[in-house]
Unconditional design. Structure first.
Length: 184
C-alpha cells in the first residue's frame, strides 16, 4: 500500500499508510486516559505519540516486513481516528496477531468489528497466515465482543500477561484458524 492508496472499510472509513504528520491526530486519542485504560501505555505525552508514529514508519521498511499498521481515516472529516495492526509472530508457523484502537467518539458504532474483520482478512488472504490471535483485558467487554463477532474463539486466560501502571494484568487469548475463517 503506497501513501495515497486507500483500503475501503465502508463508504466513509478507510485504511491508509501512516504519515509522519498523523501524530497529531493519533495524539488526540492516545493522550486520553479512557483510551489507554486497558493498555500498558499512556495516556501519551506528545513525544511518546511521535515516537509511536516514527516506529510504525521504520517498521514498514524492515525486510521481511512483520508489522503492518494502518491509519484508520474518517473520510468525512479527513482525519486519522484510529489504527489497525497485524503482526506476524512467526513466518515458519504462519501465525500473527491483530490489534486495533479507536478514538472514543467512534466507539459503539461497529467500527471496531469492521477494522478487526479487515485485519483478519488481510492476515489470511494476503499474508498467508494459518493462525491469527488477539488478546484483550478481561474487563474490556467491548473488545471481547469485537473478537467474538469476527469469529475468534476464546482459548484461555494468560495470567500476568502485561505490566500495567498499577500492577500486572491478565489477558484473554482469542484465536482463529485459516480453515475456520474460510468456512465463516
Amino acid at each position: 500500500m503506497n501513501d495515497v492508496e486507500k483500503v475501503l472499510l465502508s463508504t466513509q472509513f478507510y485504511f491508509r499508510r501512516f504519515m509522519k504528520e498523523d501524530w497529531r491526530d493519533v495524539h488526540d486519542y492516545a493522550s486520553l486516559e479512557v483510551v489507554s485504560m486497558f493498555q500498558s501505555w499512556g495516556p501519551n505525552k506528545a513525544r511518546e505519540t511521535m515516537a509511536y508514529v516514527d516506529d510504525v514508519l521504520k517498521d514498514e521498511k524492515v525486510v521481511p516486513q512483520s508489522r503492518y499498521v494502518h491509519a484508520l481515516v474518517d473520510g468525512g472529516v479527513g482525519r486519522v481516528i484510529g489504527a489497525g495492526e497485524i503482526n506476524i509472530n512467526s513466518f515458519i508457523h504462519r501465525s500473527g496477531e491483530i490489534g486495533y484502537i479507536l478514538h472514543p467518539d467512534y466507539w459503539g458504532k461497529g467500527l471496531g468489528t469492521l477494522v478487526a474483520r479487515k485485519l483478519v482478512d488481510k492476515g489470511f488472504s494476503e499474508l498467508n497466515l494459518h493462525r491469527i490471535s488477539a488478546t484483550c483485558d478481561p474487563q474490556n467487554i467491548s473488545s471481547r465482543k469485537v473478537l467474538e463477532k469476527v469469529g475468534m474463539t476464546l482459548e484461555g486466560r494468560i495470567r500476568h500477561h502485561m505490566k500495567m501502571n498499577d500492577g500486572w494484568r491478565d489477558s484473554l487469548l482469542f484465536g482463529l484458524l485459516e480453515e475456520e475463517w474460510r468456512k465463516g
